[in-house]
Design a protein around this ligand. Structure first.
Ligand code: AP5
Ligand code: MG
Ligand code: ZN
Length: 233
């Protein structure tokens, strides 16, 4: 049986990583691994990990590498090679990128592709100010009042998740101050990850300032390109 695809979805806060990862994981039958979702669901369950991570997340800064890397690598390594995975929100600095590469090389399972979803800053700020997420499954939605109709949103005041019926809420780090900080951290610490993958020939950039469907089609095109190469190997 063919090996599953190993992907990273990369981009600034609000680029649509979570939205696209959900669409792709159903289509590719690949496991979605989202660090932000892992931390938030731990926080919902009030685990020590969730409580510790939230101290950093609420300020818009990165959770320390010694907390994050082991959790992600455990998940990545537990994925069966037939299945593949999509990383959303990891790696977030060159050190994390190096740790991931080392772990994957040891198993002879290198990444197939890193997709950079590029969205201008003013659009990011607008999106994050109008986002709701599901308390139960972490699916992102667009608040109807924000004037967006791309992604489903329930009636204001009693929004429910379209996938699991869970309650929708506004993330603590979607306040204007935390959003500004997250974008700053992205520029200072996360952007250098692009160079890391560029020199390895793994990077594909897609324009993310378009409808969810159009962005998805662009992402699929990039994936089909590497899938064909992979099938020939
Ligand atoms: P994380 O949860 O990963 O947040 P983020 O990177 O800031 O990204 P977001 O989840 O805000 O945006 P997204 O790109 O997923 O966009 P979405 O699809 O939701 O991380 C949160 C925190 O956790 C970090 O600050 C850090 O503290 C910690 N953390 C996480 N990973 C870490 C790591 N590796 N190391 C250390 N710390 C880590 O879309 C956004 C909105 O736009 C939604 O409302 C959506 O409906 C809408 N939308 C999506 N696509 C479109 C479109 N094409 N057009 C219009 N609207 C759209
Ligand atoms: Mg996300
Ligand atoms: Zn849900």
């Amino acid at each position: 049986m063919a090996e599953g695809l190993r992907l990273v979805l990369f981009g600034p806060p609000g680029a649509g990583k979570g939205t696209q990862t959900r669409l792709l994981s159903g289509h590719l039958k690949a496991q979605a691994i989202s660090t932000g979702d892992i931390f938030r669901s731990n926080l919902e369950q009030k685990t020590p990990l969730g409580l510790r991570a939230s101290e950093y997340m609420n300020q818009g800064i990165l959770v320390p590498d010694e907390v994050t890397i082991d959790i992600v690598l455990d998940k990545v390594m537990s994925v069966h090679s037939d299945e593949g995975f999509i990383l959303d929100g990891f790696p977030r600095n060159p050190f994390q990128a190096g740790a991931l590469e080392q772990a994957l090389v040891l198993r002879s399972r290198p990444l197939d592709l890193v997709i950079f979803i590029d969205v201008p800053e003013e659009e990011l700020v607008k999106r994050l100010g109008g986002r709701l997420v599901c308390r139960n499954c972490q699916a992102p939605y667009t608040l109807a009042a924000a004037g967006q109709t791309e992604t489903p949103a329930g009636e204001r005041g009693k929004e429910k998740c379209g996938q699991c019926g869970g309650e929708l809420y506004q993330r603590a780090d979607d306040t204007p101050i935390a959003v500004t900080k997250r974008i700053e951290v992205y520029h200072d610490q996360t952007l250098p990850v692009l160079d890391f993958y560029q020199v390895r020939g793994l990077l594909a950039k897609v324009d993310g300032a378009d409808t969810v469907q159009n962005v998805y089609n662009r992402v699929l095109k990039e994936i089909q390109r590497v899938s064909k190469t992979k099938d020939r190997e």
